[in-house]
Design a protein around this ligand. Structure first.
Ligand code: IMP
Ligand code: MG
Length: 179
């Protein structure tokens, strides 16, 4: 698995620190709110596990699994809900937790669906952001790090469902996905 990695971008320690910093900011911003963390499966699970433990104010968690219709690595913006939330969003300050914001199409669609359920507020926290790849007008309210336009895996992020269990984030060798 490790032989498929071109370069390590963020180590386990650096990722823990990023989650700690974001958790501290979120704890401050949501201390008088009714926080509900919504983790988008599967990519955000590892980040979610670290982030929620870095949050010191009361919160609830829920999970949503969506799949994006699209060809190859391009998402289309039309999203199918594979697993919906259990909690009714009314009265909650929702914070969507995502692994990476790329074109932004997937999250834009998810955000509009969730907005239609009348939460008190809705914001986005993404671990990684590729701002130069954005095709829709969507900004993360919280982000850990900007990454270059390369395909990255590990710490929950996959290629073809693999590499999610790597404890760090690394750039996948091009030959692996252009084969
Ligand atoms: P978007 O709709 O183009 O923003 O797609 C976002 C989704 O694409 C993320 O939730 C990831 O699942 C996936 N994705 C985008 N870039 C990468 C990457 O570099 N590595 C792994 N998955 C990625
Ligand atoms: Mg994914």
């Amino acid at each position: 698995m490790i032989n498929d990695i071109e370069k390590i971008l963020y180590s386990e320690e650096e990722l823990r620190e990023i989650a700690q910093k974001l958790g501290a900011r979120i704890s401050e911003d949501y201390k008088d709110k009714n926080l509900l963390l919504v983790s988008i499966l599967k990519g955000s699970v590892v980040f979610m596990a670290d982030l929620m433990r870095a949050i010191t104010v009361p919160c609830k968690i829920d999970f949503m699994c969506v799949s994006s219709y699209g060809s190859g690595s391009e998402s289309s913006g039309v999203v199918k809900i594979v697993k919906d939330l259990d909690i009714n969003l009314k009265g909650y300050d929702v914070l969507i937790v995502e692994d990476i914001l790329d074109s932004g199409r997937t999250l834009n669609y998810v955000k509009s669906i969730l907005l239609g359920r009348n939460p008190s507020s809705i914001k986005i926290c993404t671990l990684l952001d590729k701002p130069e790849r954005r095709v829709v007008d969507l900004k993360a309210d919280y982000f850990g790090m900007n990454v270059p336009d390369e395909f990255v895996v590990g710490y929950g992020l996959d290629f073809d469902e693999k590499y999610r269990n790597l404890p760090f984030i690394g750039i996948l060798k091009r030959e692996v996905y252009s084969e």
